[in-house]
Design a protein around this ligand. Structure first.
Ligand SMILES: Cc1cc2nc3c(=O)[nH]c(=O)nc-3n(C[C@H](O)[C@H](O)[C@H](O)COP(=O)(O)OP(=O)(O)OC[C@H]3O[C@@H](n4cnc5c(N)ncnc54)[C@H](O)[C@@H]3O)c2cc1C
Length: 554
C-alpha cells in the first residue's frame, strides 16, 4: 500500500523539471505520512513559480483523469483542519491528485506524532535500546565484547529526541510547501457545510470555502478525574518526552503500548517502575499469549513491579518535601487498597479526541464521547474525519492511510480501508507487533460464523540472524483458517518485530493466503525467516483454491 516505485529525489526532480503531466505524477508513488519524512525532503523544495505551474498542470491533468472540475467557485477543492500525520498524508495525496488544497494548523505542523508522540518517543527508545545492551554485561560478554561502563547525559538524550522532532517537523512542512499545499495558521472552525473560518483563538477572521472538508484534529492525553497534573512530578507523555528528569521511582498508570514503551525507556535509564493497571492483567490490548511472554521478557527481569485490578483514584503531585501520593482503589469494589509514595507518576491512560471548538454543531454533527462518528468511508454528514479524532484506530499510519483513502473517494474512486490489515507496534526491546485479530477474538468470530481456526507458532530461538545477535527471545504466532488459508491475525514479539509484521499485514490487505505466501522466498539468514517458518508450518486443507480476488479478514 505504501510502496515507493521511485526514489523521492527522483520524484522531486521530475516535479521540478518537467511540465508534462505524465512526467510529474510518478506512477505508484504514495505520499504517506511517516514514510516521507524519514527520507528527508530538502530536495523537494522548488520555487513558488514551479509550484504554481505544477499545480495548474496537475489540476488540469487530474481533473481530466478523475472527473473533478477544479475548485469551481470554491476557494479550495479540499481544506484539511489539522496538520498532524493524518492531515499531512491527506494533503500530499490530494496535491498528487491535482486538488487545490489548504491545511489549517492551530499549533505546529506534525501534530502529536511528530512533536509529542511517535517521533520523540522512538528517539528515546533508540537510546534506551543501546543503553540496555551496553549495560547487559552477560550479553556483551557472550558476543566477546568488553564495555567498561555505560553512562548517559540526560540533557543530551533529551536533545536527541527534541532535535529529531524539529527535523521531521521541518521535513513535513517543506514537503507540503514544496508541493503547493497552502498552510494556513490558526484554529479552524467549521461555520457551514463548505465553509471554514480560521485565525487566532476567539478571532477566526479569515473565511474560506471548500468543496470538501477533512477534519484531522487528532487527540490529547486523557487524564482521569482525581489526577492532578503539575507537569513536573505528575505528568503525561507530552511532558515525559522532554525528559526533564529521570526519577528514581516512577509509577506508570496504564500498561498499554505508551506505558510499556516508557517503562522500557525509564528502566534502561535507571528508574524503578511501578505499573498501575485497572484491568486484571498487564498489557490488556495484546494477544494474551504475547502479553504473557512480554511479561516474562519485558517486565519480570527488570526493575518493574505492578498492581493490577486497581484504579489510581487520586494522585497528588510532590510538594513541600512530600512524595507523589497515589491512592489505589479496587477496580471492582472501589474500596481503598493502598497509597503509593513515589517520586513521579506518568499518566498513560489513553487519549481523548480533540474536537472541541471545531464548530461541529454548525453542521449538526453530534460527537460520541468527543469522537466524530464516521462510517467506513470516514464520512459523517457531508464531510470527512480521519485519524485519532474518529477513534477508529489511534495510530499515525492509520490516520495517514485514512486520509489517502478519503482523497481517493473525493476523486471519485470508492475506497474502503481494511482496518484489520493495519499493523500496530510497540517499540520496546524486543519489539511487539500485531495485525488482525487476537486469538480470543478470532475464536469468538469463528464460533459465531461457524468455521475452525488454527494457530501456528515459531520461535526466534531457531533463527540464525537472531541467534547471531544473541537475541533469541521471541515468538511469532499466526491465527488462520485451515479450510481457506485466510490469515486472521499475526502477532510477533522479538527482535525487529515492528519491521517484520508488514509481510503479514500486506498479505491480509492484498488477500494473499497461506497456501500462496508459503512459497515466497526469504533471504538467508534474515529475521524474516521467522515468518517464513510460520507460513510453512500452517496446514491448509488440500484442494483449496488459492486465487483470491478480495482482501480477507475485513
Ligand atoms: C507517546 C506517544 C507515542 C506514540 N507512538 C506511536 C507510534 O510509534 N506509532 C504510531 O503509529 N502512533 C503512535 N502514536 C499515536 C500517533 O501519534 C497518533 O495516532 C497520530 O498522531 C494521530 O494523527 P492525527 O493526524 O489524527 O492527529 P494529530 O497528530 O494529533 O494532529 C492533529 C493536529 O490538528 C491540530 N488541530 C486540532 N484542532 C485544530 C483546529 N480546530 N484548527 C486547527 N488545527 C487543529 C493540532 O494542533 C494537531 O497538530 C503515539 C502517540 C503518543 C502520545
Amino acid at each position: 500500500m505504501y510502496s515507493t516505485a521511485m526514489s523521492l529525489s527522483a520524484a522531486a526532480a521530475a516535479v521540478a523539471s518537467s511540465s508534462r503531466p505524465d512526467a510529474i505524477r510518478p506512477a505508484g508513488l504514495r505520499f504517506c505520512g511517516l514514510r516521507r519524512e524519514a527520507l528527508g525532503l530538502r530536495s523537494l523544495q522548488t520555487s513558488p513559480q514551479a509550484v504554481a505551474a505544477r499545480r495548474s498542470v496537475v489540476a488540469a491533468a487530474s481533473a481530466a483523469e478523475n472527473g473533478t472540475a477544479g475548485s469551481g467557485g470554491f476557494d479550495y477543492d479540499l481544506v484539511i483542519i489539522g496538520a498532524g500525520v493524518g492531515g499531512h498524508g491527506a494533503a500530499l495525496h490530494a496535491v498528487e491528485k491535482g486538488l487545490k488544497t489548504a491545511i489549517i494548523e492551530g499549533d505546529v505542523v506534525g501534530g502529536t506524532c511528530v512533536n509529542r508522540g511517535c517521533v520523540p518517543s522512538k528517539a528515546l527508545l533508540a537510546v534506551s535500546g543501546k543503553m540496555r545492551e551496553l549495560r547487559d554485561e552477560h550479553h556483551m560478554k557472550s558476543l566477546g565484547l568488553q564495555v567498561p561502563s555505560a553512562g548517559y547525559d540526560r540533557q543530551a538524550v533529551a536533545d536527541h529526541a527534541n532535535n529529531l522532532a524539529s527535523k521531521i517537523r521541518s521535513n513535513l512542512t517543506n514537503s507540503m510547501k514544496a508541493l503547493g499545499v497552502d498552510i494556513l495558521n490558526g484554529i479552524g472552525t467549521i461555520v457551514g457545510k463548505q465553509k471554514v473560518r480560521y485565525g487566532k483563538v476567539g478571532f477566526p477572521d479569515n473565511e474560506i470555502s471548500a468543496r470538501n472538508i477533512i477534519i484531522a484534529t487528532g487527540s490529547v492525553p486523557f487524564v482521569p478525574k482525581g489526577i492532578e497534573i503539575d507537569g513536573k512530578t505528575v505528568f503525561t507523555s507530552d511532558h515525559a518526552l522532554k525528559l526533564e528528569s529521570v526519577p528514581d521511582w516512577i509509577a506508570i498508570v496504564g500498561s498499554g503500548y505508551i506505558g510499556l514503551e516508557f517503562s522500557d525507556v525509564y528502566t534502561a535509564l535507571g528508574s524503578e517502575v511501578t505499573f498501575v493497571e485497572a484491568l486484571d492483567q498487564l498489557m490488556p490490548g495484546f494477544d494474551p499469549e504475547i502479553a504473557k511472554l512480554a511479561q516474562r521478557i519485558l517486565i519480570n527481569p527488570r526493575k518493574i513491579d505492578y498492581h493490577t485490578g486497581v484504579f489510581a483514584s487520586k494522585i497528588t503531585p510532590a510538594k513541600d518535601g512530600k512524595p507523589v501520593l497515589i491512592e489505589l482503589i479496587d477496580a471492582k469494589t472501589k474500596e481503598h487498597k493502598e497509597t503509593l509514595e513515589v517520586d513521579a507518576a506518568l499518566i498513560a491512560t489513553g487519549r481523548a479526541p480533540f474536537t472541541k471548538g471545531l464548530g461541529l454543531e454548525n453542521i449538526n454533527v453530534v460527537t460520541q464521547r468527543g469522537f466524530v462518528p464516521v462510517d467506513e468511508r470516514m464520512q459523517v454528514s457531508n464531510l470527512y474525519c480521519i485519524g485519532d479524532a474518529n477513534g477508529k484506530l489511534m495510530l499515525a499510519h492509520a490516520a495517514s492511510a485514512q486520509g489517502i483513502s478519503v482523497v481517493e473517494q473525493i476523486c471519485g474512486k470508492d475506497n474502503i480501508l481494511n482496518h484489520l490489515s493495519i499493523p500496530a507496534a510497540c517499540f520496546t526491546h524486543p519489539e511487539i507487533s500485531m495485525v488482525g485479530l487476537t486469538e480470543p477474538q478470532a475464536r469468538e468470530k469463528a464460533d459465531k460464523e461457524g468455521y475452525e481456526v488454527s494457530v501456528v507458532k515459531t520461535s526466534f530461538k531457531a533463527n540464525t540472524k537472531a541467534l547471531a545477535e544473541n537475541e533469541g527471545d521471541g515468538l511469532a504466532k499466526m491465527i488462520y483458517r485451515p479450510d481457506t488459508g485466510e490469515i486472521l491475525g499475526v502477532h510477533i514479539l522479538g527482535l525487529h518485530a515492528a519491521d517484520l509484521i508488514h509481510e503479514a499485514s500486506n498479505a491480509i490487505a492484498l488477500g494473499t493466503r497461506v497456501q500462496d505466501i508459503k512459497f515466497a522466498v526469504h533471504a538467508h539468514p534474515t529475521l524474516s525467516e521467522v515468518l517464513d517458518e510460520l507460513f510453512k508450518a500452517a496446514k491448509v486443507s488440500s484442494g483449496v483454491s488459492s486465487s483470491v480476488s478480495e482482501p480477507v479478514a475485513a
